[in-house]
Design a binder for this molecule. Sequence first.
Ligand SMILES: [Zn+2]
Ligand SMILES: [Zn+2]
Length: 347
Amino acid sequence: MSEEYDAGPVAALRRIAFLLERGREDTYKVKAFRKAAAAILPLPEEEVRRAVADDTLTKVPGVGASSAAVIASAVRGELPERLARAEREHGGPLVADGADLLATLRGDLHSHSDWSDGGSPIEEMAFTAMELGREYQVLTDHSPRLTVAHGLSAERLARQLDVVDAVNRHLAAAGGGFTLLKGIEVDILDDGSLDQTDEMLARLEVRVASVHSKLAMDADAMTRRMVAAVANPFTNVLGHCTGRLVTGGRGTRKESQFDARAVFEACVEHDVAVEINSRPERRDPPTRLLELARDVGCLFSIDTDAHAPGQLDFLAYGAERAAAAGIGPERIVNTWPKDRLLAWANR
Ligand SMILES: [Zn+2]
Ligand SMILES: [Zn+2]
C-alpha cells in the first residue's frame, strides 16, 4: 500500500528535480524531470488523467518512462516511488552545523538563470527561492565580457529587468512577500573597472563584482585590480575572492595570489561585503582568509551562486563555515531585512 500524495504531478516532478540538484546528481537526470514537468504543466488535468488511464503518457513530447511513472502515481494520489527515494537520499540536512545561523538568513545575493549560464528560467529560480522561505533573492547573471557564460549586454540586461518586474508582479499576486531583486555578477576587468555601463549598474539593486579572467596574474597587479573594484561606488559584494576550485566537474584551480589584508581593508573602507561562496566546489574564501576578513572587520554575504533551483539550498554550506569561523549574524548582510539591505547597497 503506497502513501497518499495530493500535490499533483507537476509538484512531484519539480520536487524530484530540486532534490537531485540539491544532492548534486548528474544534470541530465534532473533535466528529464524538469522537462516532463514543463510538458504537462499546460495540459488540462483531464487530458493527463486520460493519458494515465490509456498508458499513453510517454507519447507526450518531453515525457520519458521514469517521469511517466511519477505522473501516473501522482495522478492516482499515491506518493511516487521515485520521489520517495529522492527524499530518502537527498532530503536530509546538508550539513551538521550552522543551523542557527542559517535560520537567520533572509535572502541570497548571488544566483544565475538561463539568461547567462544557469540551467533554469528566471521564474523557476524565483519560485523555488520563495518556496524555500526567502524574503528576497538577487538575480545576478553575468556581464558582457564573460561570453562563455552568455554574459548580458546592456540591452539584454535592460530587457531582463522588465522580466524581473513581470515575475515580481506575478509572485505578488500569489502573496507571500517575496521579492526578486535586480542584480548582476559583474566582471572585474584587468584594470579593476567593472564590465557594465554606469547607467545599467545604477538601475540595479545589488551588485556582486567577481574576477573570472587572468586569475593567475601576479600578486601586485591582482591586488591593485581587486582594490580598484572594491573602491568602485557601485560594488556591494566581492564575489568568490580567490577563484579557487577545490572539487567538481571543472577540476581544481589554485587560489589567485593577492594581498588579502589590503583587499579586505579596502572592503571595510568602502563598505563592501566579502562573499562566503557556498558552492561545494568553491568554498571561497579559504578558512585562513575567512578568518583574516573576520579579524579585519569585514561585512559578509553568504551566497549560493546557484545555477539551478536545487542549488538555492546551498546556503547551509556557507552558514556552516561562517559559524565555524565565529562570524555572527549582525555582520552578515543577508540576515538584514530587504529595506536595510537595499539602503546599504544603494547608499
Ligand atoms: Zn562567478
Ligand atoms: Zn556566479
